[in-house]
Design a protein around this ligand. Structure first.
Ligand SMILES: *Cc1c(COP(=O)(O)O)cnc(C)c1O
Length: 379
């Protein structure tokens, strides 16, 4: 039968993620009409629970976009950057670069500020760039999934706003795993998606949009159709989506967000992610030759990156991946482009351990124990 050979692996990658049993079962709930009275039974609690997870940011509205996180990033660029605006895309890794590509490919006037892999945004260097480029808007990544760095987004936004520019934040891999700090940061838009720390399949992007963003969008030409936040907000206000949503995912999201808010609690979920970060850091100390890759003080609670010893290479990490598969796990051998660049510089690769969404501390400890055994075979 189709599916008989689909492997039941525990995913320790950085999205998609392992789904809780209850979320998988929720995939069997009834399909519904998205303009029918059945729709608000799902989307009213979804919207209100999203606000709770976001810390109830004042004046913001959650918008559900079809697609994934990238679609929301694109909507923010299409709707908020006018033809006369200059946008500065600050990057600490592959997903920061993605925001710049989206701006460039949409014909926006865009400049990029790049930090070395593993580093967080340095405020002094950002200050210089803001003085030099005088951007109207600045985009940056909350939690850089390719390097395991989490930025101090409150300080970054404060600096950006002090220069008279607006901010847009990519919070795709951290929303649901740590505070989104939208109230403290006041970005025009905070973008995220379902398949990372929220613990759902991919399929929706989520954007928190404020009144100022809608006013700004009024003056932007050619916002597109699905990328127009004004049209999107029009439907979000009545707990709907602009275009037909994935009903299976909506059912699962309704169940999962209720679990996060009312069973685990948001504070408990954030605390569990911090606990898993500590477990990953302690493991690194126990591993001879392996080091934490991200800058001290800026290490993500949803994933950890490890620098391998000099005898490791990309090919060996592929072997590690296959050996881990034999133990029932999906191992993450690092972000391809970054490891290729490291190899070109004669450096050993990094690998990632995703500990986001509904991975439990004991599951992580067990995984790291198995991984330690596999890695010892490469000494
Ligand atoms: C995964 C990810 C994206 C891309 O999101 P998709 O949902 O795959 O489109 C963007 N930014 C960050 C930080 C991510 O982790």
């Amino acid at each position: 039968m189709i599916g008989d050979d689909f492997a039941e692996l525990q995913l320790f990658i950085t999205g998609p993620i392992l789904l809780r049993e209850e979320v998988r079962k929720a995939g069997l709930l009834p399909e519904f009409g998205h303009r029918d009275t059945e729709n608000p039974k799902r989307f009213e609690p979804i919207m209100s629970n999203l606000m709770t997870i976001a810390g109830n940011p004042e004046g913001y509205l959650p918008v559900i976009f079809n697609g994934s996180g990238t679609n929301v990033l694109e909507a923010s660029i299409r709707s908020l950057v006018s033809d006369s605006d200059k946008v500065l895309n600050v990057s600490v890794g592959a997903f920061g670069d993605l925001f710049h590509s989206i701006a460039v490919l949409n014909g926006k006037k865009a400049v990029q500020l790049k930090f070395p892999y593993g580093s967080a945004i340095d405020l002094e260097i950002l200050d210089e760039a803001l003085k030099e480029h005088k951007p109207d808007l600045v985009t940056f990544t909350h939690n850089e999934t390719s390097t395991g760095v989490i930025n101090d987004i409150v300080a970054v936004c404060e600096l950006i706003h002090a220069h008279g520019a607006d901010s847009i934040i990519d919070g795709v891999s951290i929303f649901g795993g740590a505070p989104a700090l939208i109230n403290e940061c006041k970005p025009l838009m905070y973008c995220t998606s379902t398949q990372k720390s929220l613990g759902l399949p991919a399929g929706f992007g989520i954007g928190f949009v404020c009144e100022k963003a809608l006013q700004k969008a009024e003056a932007v030409a050619n916002r597109g159709y699905t990328t127009d936040i004004i049209a999107q907000v029009g439907k979000a206000k009545i707990n709907q989506t602009l275009t037909t949503p994935n009903g299976t995912l909506a059912n699962q999201m309704c169940v999962q967000l209720d679990y996060i808010v009312n069973d685990e609690t948001v504070a408990g979920r954030f605390k569990r992610h911090e606990e898993m970060r500590s477990i990953a850091h302690k493991w690194a100390e126990s591993m001879d030759g392996y080091e934490l890759f991200a800058q001290d003080g800026y290490r993500s609670p949803s994933l950890t990156t490890f620098k391998t010893p000099s005898h490791m290479n990309i090919e060996k990490l592929k072997e590690v991946k296959e050996l881990m598969r034999g133990h029932g796990y999906l191992f993450d051998p690092g972000y391809g482009k970054i490891n290729k660049e490291l190899a070109e510089q004669g450096e050993s690769p990094i690998f990632r351990v995703g500990h986001m969404a509904d991975i439990m501390p004991d599951m992580l400890s067990e995984y790291l124990g198995v991984l330690a055994g596999v890695l010892k075979g490469f000494n």
